[in-house]
Design a protein. Sequence first.
Length: 74
Amino acid sequence: MLPARSDACWRDLATGKRNVETQTLGLQMILKRIHRAVQAEPGEAAITKGSEDIYQFFERYQSILATEINSLRG
């Protein structure tokens, strides 16, 4: 089951405080894009947008991201 939208794991992924091992190219790309955006403009707005984008990606593709979701909960 996907962690709640308000869970700190999404913010941690957006800021780079937490990493997730994945072979899924799409996830690798979105995480890299968001890390760059947050580094370029570090602020609450960028972090909030990034964490929301990551959550939406996981929500849409949770059927192929089961391993990654389990690692977020663990």
